[in-house]
Design a protein around this ligand. Structure first.
Ligand code: PEP
Ligand code: MN
Length: 349
């Protein structure tokens, strides 16, 4: 941490900052420049926070030089992490050495629709099944999902296909039942900063997929991940799903830069959701190509056996032909970039 004094700060004010820092066990190194004095602090950053240094007389600014998150930062964990998803004996990797395709219906509607979507996903090379049972809809009049019945359908679909399941939880009170049925808990964009929910999923004992808030900075997103990690769960996969911008041609704007930025600052895996970013089927394959090229650890897409009848997000769901095109991209492009297919690295022990 660095304290920048204002140009007219007095020697007493500088001495006062040093005194406060030393009082909490820190060390303060004063450098006097021609115009201003800066003070470098060494010690426990949390104890410096409690000093409210910015409010002390003569202080112009305070800068952190370490990340505001610890457990998810690469500063003390330089190796990038792999998160394993699935029951013992069938765990799918999401991490730096592999490429993982996750696919499935936006919403679970019926057992038949879910199974058909899962078979489509599987035939395209997906190793994890997505599907919403609790749907966080913008309108309270829109289909809200089947709830626990939807979870049961997902669990039955896992039995039928062998695909581990990722599904969203929107309320801390539902975490236990979702964790009972699913292999990975999804926290959606609308709940990224729901800190009670983040803490609850952090205690649920299952890996978490944390989507980026649609108006969240990357730093806010990583701090949300820190909430999960702080509850003892480091199995967090981040998912870039587009952010709100002024551009109306797409539902959101996919922030491809977020992938390498996250990878430089956090050890957590990061995947991309081109379906929710674009909101349009025709952009899903091009954006998937971009995601793979920029280094994403996986891609998650919506598929539906009959998008026209979908109860949720039909316009962005891939149908058979579009999915085959995606499958071809996901088979050919990751190896060029040195990534193995997650399907070949499933942990069966
Ligand atoms: C979803 O994946 O079904 C979803 C609702 O996504 P997001 O939270 O990114 O809108
Ligand atoms: Mn959706």
């Amino acid at each position: 941490m660095v304290v920048v004094m204002s140009p007219d700060a007095t020697d007493e004010e500088v001495a006062h900052v040093v005194e406060r820092v030393e009082a909490v066990g820190g060390e303060a190194f004063v450098s006097k420049g021609l115009v201003r004095t800066i003070i470098g602090l060494v010690g426990d950053i949390d104890s410096f926070h409690h000093l409210n240094l910015r409010t002390l007389p003569g202080v112009a600014d305070v800068h952190r030089i370490s990340d505001p998150y610890k457990l998810v930062s690469r500063q003390h964990h330089s190796e990038r992490s792999t998160v394993w998803v699935g029951p013992a004996g069938h765990q799918v990797p999401i991490g730096p050495d592999t490429f993982t395709l996750l696919a499935g219906p936006c919403a679970v509607e019926t057992p038949e629709q879910t199974l058909a979507a899962a078979r489509m996903a599987q035939s395209a090379g997906a190793t994890l099944l997505r599907g919403g049972a609790f749907k966080p809809r913008t309108s309270p009049y829109a289909f809200q999902g089947l709830g626990v019945r939807g979870l049961e359908i997902l669990a039955a679909t896992r039995e039928a296909t062998g695909l581990p399941v990722v599904t969203e939880v929107v309320d801390a009170r539902d975490v236990a039942v979702v964790a009972e049925h699913a292999d990975m808990l999804q926290v959606g964009t609308r709940n990224m900063a729901n800190f009670g929910l983040l803490q609850a999923v952090g205690e649920a004992g299952k890996p978490v997929m944390l989507k980026r808030g649609m108006t969240a900075t990357i730093e806010e997103w990583l701090m949300a991940a820190e909430y999960v990690a702080q509850r003892g769960n480091l199995d967090v996969v981040l998912c870039e799903r587009g952010i709100r911008t002024f551009e109306p041609a797409t539902r959101n704007t996919l922030d491809v830069s977020a992938v390498p930025v996250v990878q430089a600052t956090s050890h957590l895996p990061v995947i991309v959701d081109p379906s929710h970013a674009a909101g349009r089927k025709d952009l899903v394959v091009p954006l998937s190509r971009a995601a793979i090229a920029v280094g994403a650890d996986g891609v998650i897409v919506d598929v539906h056996p009959d998008p026209e009848t979908a109860l949720c997000d039909g316009p962005q769901a891939l149908d058979g032909p579009a999915l085959r095109e995606l499958a071809s991209v996901c088979r050919r492009l990751p190896p060029v970039l040195g990534r193995a297919d997650a399907a070949d690295h499933v942990r069966r022990g």
